[in-house]
Write a protein that binds this ligand. Structure first.
Ligand code: GUN
Ligand code: ZN
Length: 431
């Protein structure tokens, strides 16, 4: 069996630094090694000791680069790749002006395939090895995403975005077709290679009660599937939901009544929450997905990381293309800045945890990806901690790994990504 040994700095985050002192749950090795065999991490430890113990392993010496688990983006819309950074609109106008016209194009399978390829090229270059994405209403968009992910050997998640009202002709399904097309895609893709299907009603304004209930029935029939949707992103969206669903207690209740609230549910944004919504999601163990560049870019609001991190399952995400970046480094920087506005400076260990293990746990994949640990799938990124003159001059003053990595978190981009491995195979950078 051939073995690959990556040598560099390593950082193991063994527990949640939001809930334990980072010194207790993080282990940094300035000359560490990651031994990969058969697509998984086979050993971790001192590089010299691993070299001695595995003399036949192919060695890739990454110098001072920091080897981490590949980044995990817990909420994105790959179909919005071409409309990222579109100017001047808030959520509902942004959807109508930019998003829906672009999503129409995915009726053409060759367009969908081209964007899926471009999307994975962009995200892998940023060190992201798993994305949980929305498709469009077209089943072909989900096929395109999974085919591109499968060809690259990626662990990837996606679902057909279901909408049966308040969306233009050509982007609407109905309760029955949403159910049946989702069920067919689930049967085709869920559990194939490293792929997972995610039941995906877009959000309550674009689904009738009947459609949410049909999605709830599908979710109940497939308890091993995740469900993803949007929740309480903007205040006028919340007011609209109250008008559309006068019988409900709050926005979360529109999902809860339809059977869409469960421990494997993912709620993107979750900014403007009532006390009941917060308590209920903690009680159920549902995940909240923080999308900080999107929340500032579309003008949505500030996620309450300080108030939620101790009690809720939280993932981190770009929300491309409402989010203004494909980069999880940029996303961590935005999470830091937003939390600062809430009086809670996030430690680099917390930011890195959110972008790796936190998101993996939100996706219920924490036993496979998101951590440097023996047995985990070898999806890895190596970061150059001095990738630009501005970063290098700051990192040169660092007195520990946290000071060394923080300038890259705050100022880094794809130039910091020295290498990316998917199931042990290098896909970015050269030896
Ligand atoms: N709410 C419903 N759909 C979307 C979307 O595509 N992006 C964002 N940011 N919010 C949404
Ligand atoms: Zn979204």
């Amino acid at each position: 069996m051939s073995q690959l040994l990556l040598c560099g700095q390593t950082l193991e985050i063994t527990g949640n630094p939001m809930r334990a002192p980072h010194g207790d749950v993080c282990r940094h090795d300035p000359r560490g090694g990651v031994l990969i065999e058969d697509g998984r991490i086979a050993a971790l430890g001192d590089a010299a000791a691993l070299r001695a113990a595995h003399p036949d392993a192919e060695v890739v010496d990454l110098g001072d680069a920091l080897i981490l688990p590949g980044f995990v983006d817990a909420h994105a819309h790959f179909a919005q790749t071409r409309i990222i950074a579109s100017w001047g609109k808030r959520l509902i106008d942004w959807l109508n002006s930019y998003t829906f016209p672009e999503e129409m194009r995915f009726a053409d399978p060759s367009y969908a395939a081209g964007i899926a390829e471009a999307y994975f090229d962009l995200t892998l270059a940023q060190g992201t090895t798993t994305v949980c994405s929305y498709g469009t209403v077209h089943p072909e968009s989900v096929d395109a995403y999974f085919e591109a992910a499968r060809a690259r050997g990626l662990r990837a998640l996606c679902g057909k975005t279901c909408m049966d009202r308040n969306a233009p002709d050509g982007l609407r399904d109905d309760a029955q077709t949403a159910h049946d097309q989702s069920a067919a895609l689930l049967a085709r893709w869920h559990g194939v290679d490293r792929l997972s299907y995610v039941i995906t009603p877009r959000f309550s304004p674009t689904s009738t009660r009947a459609q949410l209930e049909a999605m709830g029935a599908l979710y109940a029939a497939h308890p091993d599937c995740l469900m993803q949707t949007h929740l309480s992103e903007q205040t006028d969206e919340i007011a609209w939901v109250a008008e559309l669903f006068p019988e409900t207690r709050d926005y979360l209740d529109t999902y809860e009544r339809a059977g869409l609230l469960g421990p494997t549910a993912l709620f993107g944004h979750a900014i403007h929450l009532t006390a009941r919504e917060r308590d209920r999601m903690a009680e159920v163990g549902a995940a909240l997905v923080h999308c900080p560049t999107s929340n500032t870019f579309i003008g949505s609001g500030l996620f309450d990381m300080g108030g939620l991190a101790g009690t809720h399952r939280i993932g981190l995400a770009t929300d491309t293309g409402g989010g203004s970046s494909f980069s999880m480094l940029r996303t961590m920087a935005a999470a830091y800045e937003v939390a600062q506005l809430g009086g809670r400076p996030l430690h680099p260990s917390e930011l890195l945890w959110l972008a790796t293990r936190g998101s993996a746990e939100a996706l219920h994949l924490g036993d496979r990806i998101g951590t440097l640990a023996v047995g985990m799938e070898a999806d890895l990124v190596a970061l150059d901690l001095g990738s630009t003159p501005a970063i290098a001059q700051r990192a040169a003053r660092a007195s520990d790994i946290w000071e060394a990595v923080f300038p890259t978190i705050m100022m880094g981009d794809d130039r910091a990504v020295a290498g990316v491995w998917v199931a042990g195979a290098r896909v970015v950078g050269t030896a």
